[in-house]
Design a protein. Structure first.
Ligand SMILES: Cc1cc2nc3c(=O)[nH]c(=O)nc-3n(C[C@H](O)[C@H](O)[C@H](O)COP(=O)(O)OP(=O)(O)OC[C@H]3O[C@@H](n4cnc5c(N)ncnc54)[C@H](O)[C@@H]3O)c2cc1C
Ligand code: SF4
Ligand code: SF4
Ligand code: FES
Lengths: 537, 224
């Protein structure tokens, strides 16, 4: 059985490892090596109710917090599996050799993260994602050596091969040679978030969202695209907005603005119980309000923490501030503001990571099932690893007839498109990408309203009809044109959800409306179609 | 604002560009502003190693190298940027690092058993797991030429794996690969440690491996 995995971050790596363990022959397709995937950037940690702190934490609590944080539009069956499997996943990672930080009893140490009353976030120093990727990559290498996994580095997904609602494989292009080839067998998309829509986010520039947009245009159902997480604490640098991990607040960091010459700790005042550790959407909105929509500077203060905590447990925060702000957080508070960070929405799957197309699965940040309207910190590393494993199991037990002649024909068609494409001359691609991200940033921010969203759609329509000069790059050419469609779909979901919930806040519909306690489903048949469906339909 | 000259090695020859603007920017931001030059990047914050290149003769991560910190800019209003020289160039500043990965595979850098828990060594194992595979070390190494010598990343990786592995056969392989493919080539010049952007103590890794893989084997051979 062939299984093709697109993307080699934690979701792709886990899928490749699990599928090969089951006996599949895996192709792992990505432009990059795992060491440069966004997963390495995660610092804070990975959630599991290990209950080693004598706090009576439980899987039920983890489940409840996740659903609560997601404002009750998560897929409950999927969250049930996720939270139930979390302790086993940590056990598996320990066995593989992840250097988790330990507490005095030798247990995997746990820290506090937002939206959770209990210490539930396992971590490895200040580089949890990196430590996980190093270990899983090494494990995957063993499979490569045995011929069970073959890496295709330098390759980008171009399109799915779909016949009668079944996925027969995919077509990919080599970035360096422009070779185009077909990969037959089941497909697991693990291609990460839709970062490119917003220009630069806190994450990797490799995650352009193209795979999601193309799959969508080929009939794959997406969900909850309006749910875009703004991380409360990002700093402005000349590279991009860089994230300051939630662990800084978990360790005791406080948020304030200056009022009448004195620091005002608004989160403590507004939410005495959780304070800075409310779910991210709430903290981001708090910052927005306390700063008069960004007019006043907001600070993250860790100066009261001891130097050891800052330099060891939060060494990445220390390094980032010193390197990119020339500011020493031991002595000075850090100026922050919310920035685009995570896409809760994406390719819709059920709890088995199946999409609406048989033989096609999705896992990790490109997919949608666990996080509802707002993801809890520490749940996405968990979701990526869990999702990769579950997708692999289900892909392995799904048999699709191979139709060689159809696959050949699909490849020929793609090759024809490649041979005949021409660059446009109306706008160069850098300008087009900048305009796209300007439109998205202006309309899909923390607070949305109909007028801005409608205006954005109209601007997008103009952009969509332009002939883009992609500087001779075929992948860029197909990418930008399908990102326009994906951007329109995002905006339309934001228009249709006429309520405020989690990351989706409408200033013209400020209340939560029970009628929308549903999944936003987005389909494409030449037109973008939006509907609201039951949570585990 | 100061006007500076930017020399970029493209297809083996230096091309000159000029830049007039804020010097408080990283080299990746500079390349972005100049436009039309191919290079690798992903995280833009020193976490992924993609953007390693030779900047004013030093291998560095471009996204965390600021123009304002470069002495050449202060002294001569000049910056030179070259692709890493120890790897084949794909285009402009983008290089093919697959040799590093092939060597990890060839040297069997994984464990066969469940990982042994070494409470005293967690910090060491953590540090060795930080390797970005950026290639700065092999660029600086006087002996690495992309042929038989596998370079620092193998020593770093193996130094962690040999304390986690309990499968005695594979442990032997890990040691033997190191002994054959790393040890005879390394002259302990420490150049790799000086340039490592993660500040990994590569010499600790090398010493540990020498002690465990070479020294013990010599003893065994003596006994034979
Ligand atoms: C700064 C930062 C800190 C974070 N901290 C935490 C944390 O502490 N805890 C937590 O739980 N989560 C955290 N997250 C979120 C978490 O890191 C990600 O959501 C998670 O790693 C996603 O994993 P993934 O495997 O889905 O995707 P990624 O790791 O993003 O990998 C996607 C892969 O797909 C590839 N790809 C993209 N397009 C294509 C294409 N067309 N063809 C082929 N391949 C393609 C990419 O190159 C890449 O290899 C953080 C994120 C950021 C940015
Ligand atoms: S040892 Fe350091 S310099 Fe060498 S590849 Fe790893 S991170 Fe880069
Ligand atoms: S110590 Fe010197 S010779 Fe040995 S790997 Fe490092 S740079 Fe190369
Ligand atoms: S782009 Fe990741 S280290 Fe520079």
């Amino acid at each position: 059985m062939n299984i093709n995995v697109v993307g080699c971050g934690l979701a792709g790596l886990s899928a490749a490892i699990k599928a090969s363990e089951l006996g599949a022959s895996v192709s792992l397709i990505s432009p990059n090596y795992s060491e440069t995937s966004q997963s390495v950037m995660a610092m804070g940690g990975i959630n599991a109710a290990l209950n080693t702190k004598g706090e009576n934490d439980s899987i039920e609590n983890h489940y409840a917090d996740t659903i609560n944080g997601g404002c009750e539009i998560n897929n409950p069956k999927a969250v049930f599996k996720l939270t139930n499997d979390a302790p086993k996943i940590i056990g598996w990672l320990e066995k593989l050799g992840v250097s988790f930080t330990r507490d005095n009893d030798g247990n995997v140490d746990l820290r506090y993260f937002g939206g959770q009353k209990y210490a539930r976030t396992a971590y490895a120093g200040a580089r949890t994602g990196k430590q996980l990727v190093t270990t899983l990559t090494s494990h995957c290498r063993k499979k490569e050596a045995r011929g069970q996994v073959k890496r295709y580095v330098g390759w980008r997904f171009l399109s799915l091969i779909i016949k009668n609602h079944q996925c027969l494989g995919l077509i990919a292009i080599n970035e360096n040679t422009s070779e185009i080839r077909a990969f037959k067998g089941n497909v697991i998309l693990a291609s990460g978030g839709l970062n490119k829509l917003f220009g630069k986010t806190s994450g990797s520039v490799l995650n352009d969202g193209y795979a999601t947009s193309k799959a969508f245009m080929q009939g794959v159902t997406l969900a909850n695209l309006e749910m875009i997480q703004f991380h409360p604490t990002t700093i402005k640098t000349t590279n991009k907005r860089i994230l300051i991990t939630e662990a800084a607040r978990g360790e005791g960091g406080k948020l304030f603005v200056n009022r009448d010459g004195k620091p005002w700790y608004f989160m403590k005042e507004w939410y005495p119980e959780f304070g800075e550790l409310m779910p991210r959407d709430v903290v981001s909105r708090g910052i927005y309000k306390a700063s008069n929509a960004g007019a006043d500077e907001v600070y993250l203060d860790i100066t009261h923490l001891d130097e050891h905590t800052i330099k060891v447990k939060l060494d990445e925060v220390y390094n980032i501030c010193m390197k990119y702000l020339n500011l020493n957080p031991i002595y000075e508070p850090i100026p922050i503001f919310p920035g685009v960070h995570y896409f809760m929405g994406g390719i819709k799957t059920d709890e088995n990571h199946k999409t609406n197309i048989e033989g096609l699965f999705a896992a990790g940040e490109c997919s949608c099932q666990y996080h509802g309207a707002n993801r809890l910190g520490g749940n996405s590393l968990l979701g990526a690893i869990h999702g990769g494993c579950i997708a692999a199991q289900n892909a392995y037990s799904t048999n699709i007839d191979t139709n060689e002649s159809f696959i050949r024909k699909s490849l020929e068609n793609e090759q024809k498109l490649f041979d005949s494409w021409r660059d446009g001359d109306e706008k160069n691609i850098v300008e087009a990408e900048n305009e796209l991200s300007d439109i998205m940033n202006a309309s899909m921010g923390m607070y949305r309203n109909f007028d801005d969203l409608d205006n954005a759609l109209q601007k997008l329509n103009v952009l969509k009809n332009m002939k883009i000069d992609s500087a001779g790059n075929y992948y860029d050419h197909v990418k930008i044109n399908s990102l326009f469609v994906l951007a329109s779909a995002c905006i339309k979901t934001a228009i249709e959800r006429k309520e405020s919930r989690g990351a989706h806040q409408r200033s013209d519909y400020p209340e939560t409306d029970e009628n929308y306690q549903k999944t936003t489903c987005i389909n494409f048949d030449g037109q973008i179609k939006i509907s609201f469906e039951g949570l585990d339909d | 604002m100061t006007e500076i000259t930017v020399k970029i090695k493209i297809d083996g020859e230096f091309k000159r560009f000029s830049y007039d603007g804020d010097l408080n920017i990283s080299v990746t931001t500079l390349l972005e502003k100049l436009g039309g030059i191919e290079y690798s990047c992903s995280c833009l914050q020193g976490l992924c190693g993609s953007c390693a290149m030779v900047i004013n003769s030093q291998p560095k991560l471009a996204c965390q190298t600021f123009l304002s910190d470069e002495i050449m800019i202060h002294e001569y209003k000049l910056i030179t940027i070259e692709p890493l020289s120890k790897f084949p160039v794909i285009n402009d500043l983008k290089v093919d690092k697959s040799k590093l990965y092939d060597d990890l595979l060839e040297c069997e850098q994984w464990i066969e058993s469940d990982s042994k828990m070494n409470y005293d060594e967690i910090d060491f194992e953590y540090e060795m797991s930080l390797c970005l595979m950026c290639g700065c070390c092999v660029e600086a190494c006087p002996n690495y030429d992309g042929n038989d010598f596998v370079g620092t990343p193998i020593a770093v990786s193996a130094s962690k794996l040999i304390s986690q592995e309990t499968d005695s056969n594979h442990l032997k392989i890990l040691k033997k690969k190191y002994k054959d493919k790393f040890y005879p080539h390394c002259v302990k010049s420490i150049a790799c440690e000086d340039v490592c952007p993660m500040e990994i103590q590569t010499q600790r890794a090398i010493s540990k491996m020498n002690k465990k893989a070479v020294w013990k084997l010599w003893q065994l051979i003596d006994r034979d």
